[in-house]
Design a protein around this ligand. Structure first.
Ligand SMILES: Nc1ncnc2c1ncn2[C@@H]1O[C@H](COP(=O)(O)OP(=O)(O)O)[C@@H](O)[C@H]1O
Ligand SMILES: [Mg+2]
Length: 336
Protein backbone atom coordinates (compact mmCIF):
# COMPACT_ATOMS: atom_id res chain seq x y z
CA UNK A 1 0.00 0.00 0.00
CA UNK A 2 1.39 3.35 -0.98
CA UNK A 3 0.13 6.45 0.63
CA UNK A 4 0.86 9.84 -0.79
CA UNK A 5 1.44 12.66 1.60
CA UNK A 6 1.60 16.27 0.66
CA UNK A 7 4.29 16.92 3.20
CA UNK A 8 6.26 14.81 5.53
CA UNK A 9 5.85 15.62 9.16
CA UNK A 10 6.92 13.50 12.02
CA UNK A 11 3.63 11.69 11.71
CA UNK A 12 5.21 10.08 8.68
CA UNK A 13 6.67 7.63 11.14
CA UNK A 14 3.50 7.25 13.15
CA UNK A 15 0.92 6.17 10.63
CA UNK A 16 -2.77 6.70 10.89
CA UNK A 17 -4.69 3.65 11.87
CA UNK A 18 -5.02 1.11 9.13
CA UNK A 19 -6.13 -2.47 8.88
CA UNK A 20 -4.24 -5.21 10.59
CA UNK A 21 -0.91 -6.09 9.09
CA UNK A 22 -1.03 -8.79 6.47
CA UNK A 23 0.17 -12.09 7.86
CA UNK A 24 3.91 -11.86 7.82
CA UNK A 25 5.77 -14.15 5.50
CA UNK A 26 8.04 -16.53 7.28
CA UNK A 27 11.47 -15.10 7.01
CA UNK A 28 14.28 -17.46 7.80
CA UNK A 29 15.60 -17.07 11.29
CA UNK A 30 18.75 -15.17 11.96
CA UNK A 31 20.70 -16.59 14.81
CA UNK A 32 19.65 -16.82 18.38
CA UNK A 33 22.93 -15.66 19.81
CA UNK A 34 24.46 -16.47 23.10
CA UNK A 35 23.04 -13.56 25.06
CA UNK A 36 25.65 -11.20 26.39
CA UNK A 37 24.88 -8.92 29.27
CA UNK A 38 23.47 -5.68 27.85
CA UNK A 39 26.12 -3.10 27.12
CA UNK A 40 23.98 -0.17 28.10
CA UNK A 41 22.86 0.61 31.57
CA UNK A 42 24.64 -2.45 32.85
CA UNK A 43 26.63 -0.28 35.23
CA UNK A 44 23.49 1.10 36.82
CA UNK A 45 21.25 -0.74 39.17
CA UNK A 46 18.14 -1.42 37.07
CA UNK A 47 15.82 0.41 39.39
CA UNK A 48 17.93 3.56 39.49
CA UNK A 49 16.53 5.11 36.33
CA UNK A 50 12.92 6.03 35.86
CA UNK A 51 11.04 4.13 33.16
CA UNK A 52 10.56 6.07 29.92
CA UNK A 53 7.68 3.78 29.12
CA UNK A 54 5.48 1.97 31.61
CA UNK A 55 2.75 -0.31 30.32
CA UNK A 56 0.55 -1.70 33.06
CA UNK A 57 -2.00 -4.44 32.49
CA UNK A 58 -3.16 -2.90 29.21
CA UNK A 59 -6.30 -4.38 27.77
CA UNK A 60 -7.58 -3.54 24.31
CA UNK A 61 -11.16 -3.99 23.20
CA UNK A 62 -12.73 -4.21 19.79
CA UNK A 63 -15.96 -2.28 20.38
CA UNK A 64 -17.63 -3.29 17.14
CA UNK A 65 -17.26 -6.99 17.79
CA UNK A 66 -17.58 -6.48 21.50
CA UNK A 67 -14.56 -8.53 22.43
CA UNK A 68 -11.31 -8.04 24.25
CA UNK A 69 -8.35 -8.63 21.93
CA UNK A 70 -5.40 -7.90 24.21
CA UNK A 71 -5.77 -9.28 27.72
CA UNK A 72 -3.29 -7.43 29.88
CA UNK A 73 0.21 -6.48 28.76
CA UNK A 74 2.71 -5.10 31.28
CA UNK A 75 6.32 -4.05 30.99
CA UNK A 76 8.62 -1.19 31.90
CA UNK A 77 11.32 0.24 29.71
CA UNK A 78 14.22 2.29 31.02
CA UNK A 79 16.55 4.51 28.97
CA UNK A 80 18.89 2.51 26.76
CA UNK A 81 17.07 -0.76 27.35
CA UNK A 82 15.27 -2.92 24.82
CA UNK A 83 12.18 -5.01 25.27
CA UNK A 84 10.98 -7.44 22.64
CA UNK A 85 7.44 -8.55 21.92
CA UNK A 86 7.26 -11.79 20.03
CA UNK A 87 4.40 -14.00 18.96
CA UNK A 88 2.60 -15.29 15.91
CA UNK A 89 0.69 -13.05 13.55
CA UNK A 90 -2.56 -11.85 15.09
CA UNK A 91 -1.42 -12.19 18.69
CA UNK A 92 -1.93 -8.48 19.45
CA UNK A 93 1.60 -7.10 19.13
CA UNK A 94 0.75 -4.29 16.73
CA UNK A 95 -2.40 -3.30 18.61
CA UNK A 96 -0.29 -3.05 21.77
CA UNK A 97 2.14 -0.74 19.94
CA UNK A 98 -0.68 1.33 18.54
CA UNK A 99 -2.18 1.69 21.99
CA UNK A 100 1.17 2.98 23.24
CA UNK A 101 1.38 5.45 20.35
CA UNK A 102 -2.24 6.57 20.78
CA UNK A 103 -3.17 5.45 17.26
CA UNK A 104 -5.50 2.49 17.76
CA UNK A 105 -7.80 1.78 14.81
CA UNK A 106 -11.18 3.50 15.05
CA UNK A 107 -13.23 0.95 16.93
CA UNK A 108 -10.48 -0.25 19.25
CA UNK A 109 -9.93 1.23 22.68
CA UNK A 110 -7.77 0.76 25.72
CA UNK A 111 -10.26 -0.81 28.10
CA UNK A 112 -8.06 -1.30 31.11
CA UNK A 113 -4.66 -0.62 32.59
CA UNK A 114 -2.47 2.39 31.95
CA UNK A 115 0.37 3.60 29.76
CA UNK A 116 2.88 6.21 30.86
CA UNK A 117 5.38 7.78 28.51
CA UNK A 118 8.14 9.68 30.27
CA UNK A 119 5.98 9.75 33.38
CA UNK A 120 2.86 11.07 31.63
CA UNK A 121 -0.33 9.05 31.60
CA UNK A 122 -1.32 9.01 27.93
CA UNK A 123 -5.01 8.77 28.79
CA UNK A 124 -4.83 12.39 29.92
CA UNK A 125 -3.05 13.81 26.89
CA UNK A 126 -4.80 16.32 24.68
CA UNK A 127 -4.36 16.16 20.90
CA UNK A 128 -1.78 18.98 20.85
CA UNK A 129 0.11 17.27 23.67
CA UNK A 130 0.15 14.08 21.63
CA UNK A 131 1.46 15.92 18.60
CA UNK A 132 4.20 17.28 20.76
CA UNK A 133 5.07 13.92 22.26
CA UNK A 134 5.12 11.88 19.05
CA UNK A 135 8.48 12.08 17.44
CA UNK A 136 10.12 14.04 20.19
CA UNK A 137 9.57 11.53 23.00
CA UNK A 138 8.30 8.39 21.31
CA UNK A 139 8.54 7.38 17.71
CA UNK A 140 7.99 4.30 15.59
CA UNK A 141 8.94 2.48 12.43
CA UNK A 142 6.90 -0.22 10.78
CA UNK A 143 7.24 -2.90 8.17
CA UNK A 144 6.66 -1.00 4.92
CA UNK A 145 8.82 2.12 4.96
CA UNK A 146 7.84 3.21 1.45
CA UNK A 147 4.24 3.80 2.51
CA UNK A 148 5.31 6.36 5.10
CA UNK A 149 7.31 8.45 2.68
CA UNK A 150 6.08 10.72 -0.08
CA UNK A 151 7.15 9.27 -3.44
CA UNK A 152 7.21 12.68 -5.10
CA UNK A 153 9.64 14.33 -2.69
CA UNK A 154 13.34 13.71 -2.23
CA UNK A 155 13.81 11.69 0.93
CA UNK A 156 16.29 14.18 2.39
CA UNK A 157 13.80 16.99 2.00
CA UNK A 158 11.25 14.95 3.93
CA UNK A 159 13.63 14.41 6.82
CA UNK A 160 14.58 18.10 6.76
CA UNK A 161 10.88 19.02 6.96
CA UNK A 162 10.45 16.92 10.07
CA UNK A 163 13.47 18.63 11.60
CA UNK A 164 12.16 22.08 10.70
CA UNK A 165 8.78 21.33 12.23
CA UNK A 166 10.10 19.64 15.36
CA UNK A 167 13.28 21.57 16.06
CA UNK A 168 12.51 24.92 14.44
CA UNK A 169 15.79 24.89 12.55
CA UNK A 170 16.17 26.94 9.40
CA UNK A 171 16.26 25.21 6.05
CA UNK A 172 20.02 25.15 5.69
CA UNK A 173 20.59 23.86 9.24
CA UNK A 174 17.82 21.31 8.82
CA UNK A 175 19.54 20.00 5.70
CA UNK A 176 22.83 19.69 7.55
CA UNK A 177 21.13 17.86 10.38
CA UNK A 178 19.31 15.55 7.93
CA UNK A 179 22.67 14.65 6.41
CA UNK A 180 24.02 13.88 9.88
CA UNK A 181 21.05 11.62 10.49
CA UNK A 182 21.52 9.81 7.18
CA UNK A 183 25.09 9.19 8.26
CA UNK A 184 23.91 8.06 11.69
CA UNK A 185 21.78 5.34 10.10
CA UNK A 186 24.85 4.05 8.25
CA UNK A 187 23.91 5.16 4.75
CA UNK A 188 27.05 5.11 2.72
CA UNK A 189 26.57 8.27 0.68
CA UNK A 190 24.27 10.63 2.58
CA UNK A 191 24.58 13.49 0.04
CA UNK A 192 23.45 11.20 -2.75
CA UNK A 193 20.64 9.60 -0.76
CA UNK A 194 19.39 13.04 0.35
CA UNK A 195 18.51 13.87 -3.26
CA UNK A 196 16.97 10.51 -4.11
CA UNK A 197 13.34 9.48 -4.35
CA UNK A 198 11.85 6.43 -2.68
CA UNK A 199 11.77 4.38 -5.90
CA UNK A 200 15.53 4.76 -6.20
CA UNK A 201 16.21 3.15 -2.82
CA UNK A 202 16.17 -0.48 -1.71
CA UNK A 203 13.96 -1.69 1.13
CA UNK A 204 16.87 -1.67 3.55
CA UNK A 205 17.84 1.87 2.57
CA UNK A 206 14.24 3.05 2.90
CA UNK A 207 14.05 1.54 6.38
CA UNK A 208 17.23 3.43 7.29
CA UNK A 209 15.66 6.64 5.97
CA UNK A 210 12.54 5.97 8.07
CA UNK A 211 14.66 5.33 11.13
CA UNK A 212 16.50 8.61 10.45
CA UNK A 213 13.12 10.37 10.30
CA UNK A 214 11.97 8.64 13.46
CA UNK A 215 15.02 9.73 15.45
CA UNK A 216 15.17 13.24 13.93
CA UNK A 217 13.66 14.86 17.02
CA UNK A 218 15.77 12.77 19.38
CA UNK A 219 13.06 10.62 20.94
CA UNK A 220 13.62 8.59 24.09
CA UNK A 221 11.70 5.56 22.86
CA UNK A 222 11.60 3.95 19.43
CA UNK A 223 9.10 1.24 18.58
CA UNK A 224 10.19 -1.01 15.72
CA UNK A 225 7.20 -3.12 14.71
CA UNK A 226 8.24 -5.83 12.23
CA UNK A 227 10.68 -3.23 10.92
CA UNK A 228 12.95 -5.87 9.42
CA UNK A 229 10.37 -8.42 8.36
CA UNK A 230 10.31 -7.51 4.68
CA UNK A 231 14.09 -7.40 4.38
CA UNK A 232 16.39 -10.21 3.39
CA UNK A 233 18.34 -11.80 6.18
CA UNK A 234 21.61 -9.91 5.73
CA UNK A 235 19.91 -6.52 5.55
CA UNK A 236 17.75 -7.52 8.50
CA UNK A 237 20.89 -8.18 10.54
CA UNK A 238 22.29 -4.78 9.50
CA UNK A 239 19.16 -2.93 10.59
CA UNK A 240 19.15 -4.75 13.93
CA UNK A 241 22.79 -3.80 14.31
CA UNK A 242 21.83 -0.19 13.61
CA UNK A 243 19.12 -0.27 16.29
CA UNK A 244 21.60 -1.69 18.80
CA UNK A 245 24.03 1.04 17.84
CA UNK A 246 21.44 3.82 18.33
CA UNK A 247 20.59 2.34 21.66
CA UNK A 248 24.20 2.37 22.79
CA UNK A 249 25.12 5.77 21.45
CA UNK A 250 21.95 7.69 22.19
CA UNK A 251 20.50 5.78 25.10
CA UNK A 252 17.45 5.19 22.93
CA UNK A 253 15.04 2.74 24.55
CA UNK A 254 13.62 0.19 22.12
CA UNK A 255 10.47 -1.83 21.78
CA UNK A 256 11.24 -4.43 19.12
CA UNK A 257 8.25 -6.33 17.81
CA UNK A 258 8.51 -9.37 15.61
CA UNK A 259 6.90 -12.69 14.88
CA UNK A 260 10.51 -13.91 14.72
CA UNK A 261 12.05 -14.80 18.06
CA UNK A 262 15.57 -14.53 16.65
CA UNK A 263 15.01 -10.86 15.80
CA UNK A 264 14.15 -9.85 19.34
CA UNK A 265 16.84 -12.16 20.69
CA UNK A 266 19.46 -10.20 18.82
CA UNK A 267 18.59 -6.82 20.32
CA UNK A 268 16.52 -7.20 23.48
CA UNK A 269 17.33 -7.60 27.17
CA UNK A 270 13.84 -8.73 27.95
CA UNK A 271 11.13 -10.43 25.97
CA UNK A 272 7.36 -10.85 26.17
CA UNK A 273 5.87 -13.80 24.36
CA UNK A 274 2.30 -13.18 23.20
CA UNK A 275 -0.27 -15.63 22.01
CA UNK A 276 -3.87 -14.73 21.21
CA UNK A 277 -3.71 -11.47 23.15
CA UNK A 278 -2.12 -13.01 26.25
CA UNK A 279 1.41 -12.61 27.48
CA UNK A 280 2.30 -16.26 28.06
CA UNK A 281 5.86 -15.63 29.13
CA UNK A 282 7.92 -12.58 30.13
CA UNK A 283 11.50 -12.51 31.28
CA UNK A 284 15.14 -11.83 30.54
CA UNK A 285 15.84 -12.82 26.93
CA UNK A 286 18.44 -15.41 27.93
CA UNK A 287 16.06 -17.05 30.41
CA UNK A 288 13.20 -17.18 27.96
CA UNK A 289 15.40 -18.54 25.17
CA UNK A 290 17.31 -21.10 27.11
CA UNK A 291 14.79 -22.00 29.79
CA UNK A 292 11.39 -21.44 28.20
CA UNK A 293 8.64 -22.23 30.63
CA UNK A 294 5.66 -22.08 28.35
CA UNK A 295 4.92 -24.70 25.74
CA UNK A 296 4.22 -22.01 23.14
CA UNK A 297 7.66 -20.44 23.65
CA UNK A 298 9.19 -23.88 23.19
CA UNK A 299 7.29 -24.20 19.93
CA UNK A 300 8.58 -20.86 18.69
CA UNK A 301 12.13 -21.86 19.52
CA UNK A 302 11.72 -25.24 17.86
CA UNK A 303 10.48 -23.46 14.75
CA UNK A 304 13.71 -21.49 14.60
CA UNK A 305 15.78 -24.58 15.07
CA UNK A 306 13.98 -26.09 12.12
CA UNK A 307 15.18 -23.24 9.96
CA UNK A 308 18.78 -24.05 10.74
CA UNK A 309 20.09 -21.23 12.86
CA UNK A 310 23.70 -22.17 12.25
CA UNK A 311 23.48 -21.03 8.67
CA UNK A 312 23.09 -17.46 9.86
CA UNK A 313 25.64 -17.42 12.60
CA UNK A 314 28.38 -16.18 10.30
CA UNK A 315 26.23 -13.25 9.15
CA UNK A 316 25.34 -12.02 12.55
CA UNK A 317 28.59 -12.66 14.34
CA UNK A 318 30.58 -10.46 12.03
CA UNK A 319 29.91 -6.82 11.35
CA UNK A 320 27.92 -6.89 8.17
CA UNK A 321 27.23 -3.15 8.51
CA UNK A 322 26.35 -2.16 4.95
CA UNK A 323 27.78 1.25 4.55
CA UNK A 324 28.40 1.07 8.26
CA UNK A 325 31.70 -0.11 9.57
CA UNK A 326 33.99 1.66 11.92
CA UNK A 327 34.69 4.79 9.98
CA UNK A 328 31.14 5.90 9.47
CA UNK A 329 30.27 5.03 13.01
CA UNK A 330 32.80 7.43 14.37
CA UNK A 331 30.86 10.18 12.67
CA UNK A 332 27.90 9.28 14.84
CA UNK A 333 29.62 11.04 17.65
CA UNK A 334 28.88 14.31 15.93
CA UNK A 335 25.17 13.61 15.96
CA UNK A 336 23.15 14.47 19.02
N1 LIG B 1 -7.86 -2.61 12.08
C1 LIG B 1 -8.31 -3.78 12.50
N2 LIG B 1 -9.57 -4.15 12.27
C2 LIG B 1 -10.05 -5.35 12.67
N3 LIG B 1 -9.34 -6.25 13.38
C3 LIG B 1 -8.07 -5.94 13.65
C4 LIG B 1 -7.48 -4.68 13.25
N4 LIG B 1 -6.21 -4.66 13.69
C5 LIG B 1 -6.02 -5.82 14.33
N5 LIG B 1 -7.13 -6.58 14.32
C6 LIG B 1 -7.27 -7.91 14.96
O1 LIG B 1 -6.68 -7.87 16.24
C7 LIG B 1 -5.89 -9.01 16.47
C8 LIG B 1 -4.47 -8.61 16.81
O2 LIG B 1 -3.90 -7.96 15.70
P1 LIG B 1 -2.44 -7.37 15.69
O3 LIG B 1 -2.21 -6.60 16.92
O4 LIG B 1 -2.29 -6.64 14.39
O5 LIG B 1 -1.56 -8.69 15.69
P2 LIG B 1 0.00 -8.89 15.45
O6 LIG B 1 0.65 -7.55 15.31
O7 LIG B 1 0.48 -9.66 16.65
O8 LIG B 1 0.12 -9.69 14.20
C9 LIG B 1 -5.98 -9.86 15.21
O9 LIG B 1 -6.93 -10.87 15.44
C10 LIG B 1 -6.48 -8.94 14.16
O10 LIG B 1 -7.28 -9.60 13.23
MG1 LIG C 1 1.73 -6.80 13.68
Amino acid sequence: MTRTRSNATVTATVPAARPADPPAAHSPAVDVPAVDPPAVGSGDPPAAQAAVLAVRDVRIRDDVNDREIVHGVSFELRPGRAVGIVGESGSGKTLTCRAILGILPAHFAVAGGSIEIAGRDIARLTTPQWTDLRGSTISAVFQDPASYLNPSLKVGVQIAEVIQVKSGLRRRDARRRALELLTAVHLRDPELVYDQYTYELSGGMLQRVLIATAIAADPQVLIADEATTALDVTVQAEILDLLADLRERRGLALVVVSHDLAVVAQVCDEVLVMRAGEVVEHGATADVLYHPRHEYTRLLIAEHEQYGLDRYLADTDTDTGAGGGGEQRKELDGVR
